[in-house]
Design a protein around this ligand. Structure first.
Ligand code: SF4
Ligand code: SF4
Length: 369
């Protein structure tokens, strides 16, 4: 036995914060999201990847050796957290091999899955080698709603079976729900179901266009009033108002990406193209270049991108309340620099809910002098 003093304990959240702060300072990539496939057994109405769930495109996806080569490079870059997503990751026959490889490399691994393909054998394997987290989407509390959203009959029952297999093994799961027109009537039931499993209910109202620009998913969005009403229900008015007031004001600079894109995270799509997030089209091809070269090529362009036109977003005083992302705004407004009407409406309603007066750019422009 050594005689040294015991190492001090540190909580995970503090550890994570320290690593991220240091990563920002040293410009180190510590997070990687890897889309392993666009194949999926479901066809959710709001899904942004389902447009690429086609046999001819799936054939072009990264092979096992390519994925492991990328994982080697990410480890060399100092990456710590890896999230495997799809499509549906368990559609890949070699998923558990990829998972085993990533586990051996020491990554903290998150799995995004629809939960419908779990078997006893997969659940046993995950119990033996537990991931950091398994995130599963719950679309509804009833078979009718769930299967209507996934457009696959029987998916709700398979989802319930998957959840049961994971809960029985006490695996670390998080369940998230995308609130939309088709499930808004049963959000309370979903919340009760999720909390009944001993997990936190996580709700999102963000629905974006498909990766090929198809706007169909946007037709399932809740109205801005419904979105803000849901947020009010979950919020603590007084605290949020205090914080909110200080967030009003024009951006400090003309950067196009104000979201932190191009600092500590990479997104790698199923064809091996590296970007800063799911929707950016500025990408490096990992079949032609290394991870380090792709990062060096893409990140400065994203960080350095500036507004070129006089758009309301450029000087928007409520931009911190807005979910518009330039990377996919082009699909909705025809121009990454222009406002997206839906997100604009939501942002101003959030501000109004906080009781803060913020004039829309158009209103300001209309005023004399
Ligand atoms: S389960 Fe996920 S990947 Fe599959 S169709 Fe639904 S949203 Fe898309
Ligand atoms: S979409 Fe509207 S609220 Fe959002 S940044 Fe642009 S002008 Fe501001």
């Amino acid at each position: 036995m050594g005689g040294g003093s015991p190492l001090p304990m540190i909580e995970y959240k503090d550890f994570s914060l320290n690593v991220h702060n240091q990563a920002v300072r040293t410009r180190t990539v510590v997070n990687a999201q890897i889309e392993l496939t666009y194949g999926c057994n479901l066809h959710c109405v709001h899904c942004y990847t389902d447009c690429y769930n086609r046999p001819d495109l799936i054939k072009r996806e990264l092979r096992y050796e390519e994925v492991t080569h990328i994982l080697d490079q990410l480890a060399g870059e100092g990456c710590l957290w890896v999230c495997f997503t799809g499509g549906e990751i368990f559609m890949r026959k070699d998923f558990l091999d990829i998972y085993a490889y990533a586990t051996q490399k020491g990554f903290l691994i998150t799995l995004f899955t629809n939960g419908t393909l779990f078997t006893e054998a997969i659940a046993d394997h995950l119990q033996q080698y537990p991931p950091f987290c398994i995130e599963i989407s719950c679309h509804g509390a009833t078979e009718e709603t769930f299967d209507r959203i996934t457009q696959v009959k029987g998916s709700f029952q398979r989802f319930l079976k998957g959840i049961r297999l994971l809960v029985e093994r006490r695996l670390p799961i998080k369940i998230k729900t995308k609130a939309m027109t088709l499930n808004k009537q049963e959000l309370d039931q979903i919340k009760a179901f999720v909390e009944g499993l001993g997990t936190q209910f996580r709700l999102s109202t963000l629905i974006y266009p498909r990766l090929n620009g198809d706007l169909t998913p946007a037709t399932y969005r809740l109205s801005p009033d419904e979105i803000v009403a849901l947020e009010c229900q979950a919020g603590e008015p007084e605290e949020r108002c205090t914080e909110a007031e200080s967030q009003i004001g024009p951006p400090a600079d003309d950067r196009l990406f104000r979201c932190g894109c191009g600092t500590t995270a990479v997104h790698i799509n199923a064809w091996g193209q590296l970007g800063t997030c799911t929707w950016v089209t500025e990408r490096g091809d990992l079949r032609q270049q290394s991870v380090a070269d792709a990062i060096a090529g893409v990140f400065p362009k994203i960080r350095g991108a500036q507004y070129q036109s006089q758009t309301p977003c450029r000087t928007c005083t409520v931009h911190t309340f807005c979910d518009k992302m330039p990377a996919n705004a082009a699909a909705e407004s025809g121009d990454p620099e222009q406002p997206v009407a839906h997100f604009c409406e939501v942002a101003y309603k959030r501000v109004a809910w906080h009781g803060i007066r913020a004039a829309r750019p158009v209103e300001r422009e209309a005023r004399p002098g």
